[in-house]
Design a binder for this molecule. Structure first.
Ligand code: SF4
Ligand code: SF4
Length: 96
């Protein structure tokens, strides 16, 4: 099976440093930063470029801080998972 290349974007201002995403990542791609965001939380950073785009991190994040992308034909990236409106009517977008 061909390797799937993924990537994530973390909205560090939404992150509360709970580390649920760190525990959920099968690739050990994520770690807590030593820097704090404007609210004083130690936010999460990507520490390895080995993401497969499995979407686990986006699904477990209670604050919708992570957007997951996967590489598609032509080397372009496509958004595959994002959680929105976590404090209102939750919308989970997953494109498998
Ligand atoms: S999408 Fe999967 S592999 Fe990539 S950072 Fe999130 S949990 Fe880890
Ligand atoms: S699960 Fe979300 S809020 Fe928690 S550390 Fe990860 S990105 Fe931050």
């Amino acid at each position: 099976m061909a390797k799937v290349y993924g990537d994530i974007v973390i909205d560090i201002e939404k992150c509360k440093g709970c580390e649920l995403c760190v525990a959920a990542c099968p690739q050990d791609s994520l770690e807590q930063s030593r820097e704090v965001n404007s609210k004083g939380y130690l936010y999460i950073v990507k520490v390895q470029d080995n993401c497969t785009g499995c979407i686990n991190c986006a699904l477990v994040c209670p604050d919708g801080a992570i957007t997951v992308y996967r590489e598609v034909a032509g080397g372009k990236k496509k958004e595959v998972a994002k959680v929105k409106n976590v404090n209102k009517d939750m919308t989970i977008t997953v494109d498998e």
